[in-house]
Design a protein around this ligand. Structure first.
Ligand SMILES: [Zn+2]
Length: 330
């Protein structure tokens, strides 16, 4: 029976897109958002365990380590004794090139916040962003199984992003540290694809990309996403949202970067406007068995479709209005 299912797996892999492992995705979300990791707060034991775990997964799916035999890119944080660590693995291009597509997903959360009322003080950060990290690991697995890419594919589980969700933005985030110390030159990054938030609601009626202004690549993304049965329908409130994402570290340096979200309305009468995950940045952001995985595969294929388009065209997205991504003076 085992051989039979292996055969089926091989048949699937021979199709143009690789089969996904949704069970592994789910297991990674559950572990990363478990109470054992304490919400992966800055400088915590839980964040350390999460980084170790992600490095193991990178190794398992076949990514090359960032430097020597290590997947870690450590850096100091202002006002913190313990260094933070980005976890980085990559798939080298088949021929030497400076070009890279950079995937990012932050693995940190707020951690244990004593000032919160009630018994549950762990901000499990399941939707934001254990799910995104698990999704990125799955993308890494998919691209490890495809033929050698025409560009380097870099996968970064970034540390210390959540400072960016507060105002003002943190002085240093993992994404900033990578942008200052990249594996391949910033000028060769054709696109940064950031996963922050994940479709666990079910098949969505629409999607949007952030940012939609000050960049020249929205039409390119829409063309890549055309085969998906969803409308491009960005709400106005997304403008400026990139300042809360790792993409800001790239956009503010003139590097093309995007986060893709699916909407909260389900298609085909599949339900109303009810997000099934709890509030983010609160102890409610926990995994529970109402999470739906029927559209998770589609959500990851959207990222795959965009990456494939950039691999095929070799084009580089452009930031056309840098002033929109300027950092406010601190
Ligand atoms: Zn986030």
């Amino acid at each position: 029976m085992k051989q039979f299912s292996a055969l089926i797996a091989i048949l699937f892999l021979s199709l143009s897109t690789a089969a996904q492992d949704i069970e592994a995705l789910k297991a990674n979300i559950i572990y990363l958002s478990s109470d054992e990791l304490g919400g992966r707060g800055p400088g915590s034991e839980g964040a350390r365990k999460a980084a170790d775990y992600i490095a193991e997964q990178f190794k398992k799916v076949g990514l090359k380590p960032f430097r020597g035999d290590s997947y870690f890119q450590p850096f100091d944080m202002p006002n913190q004794d313990v260094p933070e660590r980005n976890v980085i693995g990559y798939i080298p291009a088949k021929e030497k090139t400076d070009r890279s597509i950079v995937f990012t997903a932050h693995y940190d959360g707020y951690g244990i916040v004593e000032s919160v009322e009630g018994d549950d003080k762990i901000h499990n950060a399941a939707q934001d962003n254990a799910a995104g990290v698990a999704g990125m690991i799955e993308m890494a697995r998919i691209y490890s199984q495809k033929k050698s890419p025409t560009q380097n594919l870099v996968f970064i589980a970034t540390a210390a992003e959540e400072g960016g969700a507060r105002t003002p933005r943190a002085e240093m985030t993992g994404a900033d540290f990578y942008a200052l110390n990249p594996l391949f030159p910033l000028s060769g990054i054709t696109i940064n694809l950031n996963i922050d938030g994940f479709n666990n609601l079910g098949p969505a009626a629409d999607y949007w990309v952030m940012p939609r202004q000050g960049v020249d690549f929205v039409d390119e993304l829409r063309a890549a996403l055309k085969p998906f049965p969803m409308n491009y329908a960005p709400p106005d409130w997304i403008d400026g949202m990139n300042k809360s994402f790792d993409t800001q570290a790239f956009l503010s340096r003139g590097v093309p970067a995007v986060t893709i979200w699916t909407g909260f309305e389900l298609r085909e009468g599949a339900g109303g406007k009810v997000p099934r995950f709890g509030r983010i940045h609160a102890p409610d952001d926990e995994y529970n068995d109402t999470w739906r995985f029927d559209a998770a595969e589609e959500f990851l294929r959207m990222y795959e479709a965009v990456a494939d388009r950039y691999l095929e065209s070799g084009k580089r997205g452009k930031v056309t209005d840098l002033s929109l991504f300027k950092e406010e003076a601190k």
